[in-house]
Write a new protein. Sequence first.
Length: 427
Amino acid sequence: MELRSTGSGLERRFARSPGREIKVEGRRAMDAREACKRWRGCNIAGQFAAGVARRAPIERRGTMEKRMPPTPQPGIMEIALYQGGQSALPGRDDVIKLSSNENPYGPSPKAVEAYGRAAYRLHRYPSTDHLSLRTAIAEVHGLDPDRIICGVGSDEIIHFLCQCYAGPGDEVLHTEHGFAMYRISALAAGATPVEARERERVTDVDALLAAATPRTKLVFIANPNNPTGTMIGGNEIARLADGLPDGAILVLDGAYAEFVDGYDGGVSLVDGRDNVVMTRTFSKLYGLGGLRIGWGYGPQGIIDVLNRIRGPFNLSQAQLDAAEAAVRDREFAETCLAGNRRMRAWLAEALAEKGVPSDTSCANFILARFADEAEAEACDAWLKEAGILVRKVAGYKLPHCLRITVGDEAACRRVAHAVGQFKDARA
Ligand SMILES: Cc1ncc(COP(=O)(O)O)c(C=O)c1O
């Protein structure tokens, strides 16, 4: 019997000799189990070991190769893969990661405990309605739990919004330096992403209103924005919501809303209108980026629509339990907020003293500005040499900037020191 797989472009041939002995590529003899171990990742391997392998004849596969290749939906091939923050440097185990706006203090110990407890119930399907988590969020933020939807990160809520409200011929508006997922999710829905310029790295409501057309179905603004760290006030957001064409939804992305003292993330704007939705995340303040939990809050009609395409088991019980424990642990959240407040001011000042300015940040990162792209690139390389990872943001049309997450005190001191050394070396 002869088997052939072209699964990964790599052709392998198994020629089976009598009994369980197998020759691989005509060179070596081994038993079936061993051969299958080497053919890792291919389902046929297990079946083959059991002696039940069945494959389409090679001639038929030849015919299939002549067929028209499957064509993805319009827009999909325009999507550039999302670039996450680098997390490791080869050969170094003392790396400081300031590239993904994570919580330097980690998750709440209560969230970790809840996650651990969930391990004993892995055989059970999770809740489909997320009632317990929605109730906790509603209690903490003073919201109606029925108008909350939970997702696999707020990314999933952004995705639901685009899938439900935008399609071919529609436009999805976002700001010049807006979060990458707005464009990705718009394209995935077949819609056209449209960009409105910002004013000195700040959302410009006039530019957004000027760019809105009857085709505009969604307008995304992050407030505070990533990667700029800037934000606009409630009156400006209200002016935007009220000036949009009929049928357009304003999405207030509040991934960093918790870091702004006294800001409700737009709750009052959502409550007073039928065209505003707010998204939030457990990835930043709550230190659960690795677990993927986010939520949205909006008019009942919109939340009901989004729930129609939400997978019934989109969140695991471990995600739900950890998030609930995290949002209820106000003491831990307050400690993290205080740390961010203190170190954000310190870092901004320390960098400014070294000749690296930044806009006043309302989030848990600082957008450090350099003279030009070459200097930003050189500083990034210098920091890597020092074992520090920050985020290059050329993809956000800010090639002369580096986004630096506000770490704990040790991390902030180390990055400020390294940037200072870099500037001194170039003076
Ligand atoms: C502005 C903004 N919105 C949304 C997200 C997505 O967050 P998550 O999917 O982790 O909840 C991020 C993550 O970096 C972000 O910066």
